[in-house]
Design a protein around this ligand. Structure first.
Ligand SMILES: Cc1ncc(COP(=O)(O)O)c(C=O)c1O
Length: 392
């Protein structure tokens, strides 16, 4: 049985260049903070990697703070900016986020509500998956003196819609409000430039672009302070203590270089596979509908589809039995029997949200993968519908 991986938004296979870079760097001993030759050599490799990454994303090298994951970078941004702003002005307790952020943004914000007196104000999201800029402008006008930060993801991990971050920054700038963007899904898939976006902070993660798991970065404007969430050795501008993961970072940057170098060709290839996947599904299952937009401001590889009268959990298992890996949404919430908060924010009913699957394509997918899906999807949907009708 063929095996097809359509879950690249959850994690990607590590690329050969990233793997080799990881192995090579791992062979070298030396804490980058040590002053002897071993340490200085590791530091040099790491700083070269930092400079390369900064150049790829249009940032200054001092703006790159390496972290242990995208989740950590998001926590650092949300809590760190909130605490810093609140310490400067005790009224600043409002966190403005979109209704369909990843849990790595939603949950630290909710945690601050529960334990630190924060208030969340959500920016509504359209049926197509885009935030409402007019509503954001109204929130900024209404609550300007109380807003600690605005955080809106660069692109959504379940439906792929790319948000108007530049416009968001321009709006927030008028009120002196810092903007954070979670760019984990966008980096390496669609052009991304820290300086052009004019954001205060931006989150990246290595394992969505062929890099290793457990490496991320918070790109944070030069010269600004945020409150650290990890305390210790004072690494990374004293904002993120902890021995630097030289092998992981060098490998992340190797993956980033190849993703950015090949961005246009990869995006064209993946975009065309996505179009073929959607048409194969609609040809076999005429009542299947796409959540999000077909083209335009959308990531090349994500297709979220609703299959009426099915349950996504059983779809997932049935596809898996055919050798096809896909997802009910964010990998972090997979396994929890909840309707996707992303699709609910986009105005879908619980029933519709529970009947949806995300197929996320990457550079290692081929036309043969789509053809294989075409051969088994009808069978999968029929079985899922039979199981669904029994459960009703
Ligand atoms: C939009 C988004 N943000 C953050 C994360 C978390 O990144 P990491 O897996 O590096 O913690 C993910 C991963 O699923 C994601 O899709």
């Amino acid at each position: 049985m063929p095996r097809v991986y359509f879950d690249n938004a959850a994690t990607t296979p590590i690329s050969e260049v990233a793997l080799q870079a990881f192995i090579e760097q791992s062979r070298q001993v030396g804490n980058p903070s040590s002053l002897h030759t071993y340490g200085r050599t590791a530091r040099k490799d790491l700083e070269e990697a930092r400079e390369k990454l900064a150049e790829l994303i249009g940032a200054h090298s001092t703006e790159v703070i390496f972290t242990g994951s995208g989740t950590e970078a998001n926590n650092l941004a949300i809590k760190g900016i909130y605490w810093q702003r609140k310490s400067e002005d005790s009224r600043k307790k409002v966190i403005v986020i979109s209704g369909f952020e990843h849990h790595a943004v939603l949950d630290p914000a909710n945690w601050l509500v529960e334990f630190d007196g924060a208030e969340i104000v959500q920016i509504p999201v359209s049926r197509d998956g885009f935030i409402d800029l007019e509503k954001l402008a109204a929130i900024l006008v209404d609550r300007k003196d109380e807003i600690a930060l605005v955080s809106v993801m660069h692109s959504n991990n379940e439906v792929g819609s790319i948000q108007p971050i530049k416009e968001i920054s321009a709006l927030a700038k008028r009120f002196d409000v810092p903007v954070h963007t979670d760019a984990v899904q966008s980096f390496g898939k669609t052009p991304l430039n820290f300086k052009d976006l004019e954001v205060f902070a931006m989150t990246l993660s290595a394992h969505k672009i062929g890099g290793p798991v457990g490496v991320g970065a918070l790109v944070l404007k030069k010269g600004v302070d945020i409150t650290p969430i990890l305390h210790g050795g004072g690494q990374e501008r004293d904002i993120r203590s902890g021995t630097l993961n030289a092998a992981g970072i060098v490998s992340f940057v190797a993956a980033s270089q190849s993703a950015i170098r090949d961005l246009t060709t990869n995006a064209q290839k993946v975009e065309s596979l996505r179009a073929k996947l959607i048409s194969a599904i609609q040809e076999q299952i005429p009542d299947a509908t796409l959540n999000g937009v077909m083209q335009g401001e959308v990531l090349p590889g994500i297709a979220n589809i609703s299959f009426p009268n099915t349950e996504s959990d059983s779809l997932l298992v049935l596809f898996d039995a055919e050798g096809i890996a896909c997802s009910t949404g964010s990998a972090c919430s997979a396994g929890v029997q909840e309707a996707s908060h992303v699709l609910l924010a986009m105005g879908r009913t619980e029933k519709e949200a529970r009947a949806s699957l995300r197929f996320s394509l990457g550079t290692t997918n081929t036309e043969a993968d789509i053809e294989y899906l075409r051969t088994c999807i009808k069978r999968v949907i029929e079985r899922a519908r039979a199981a669904y009708s029994v459960s009703q």
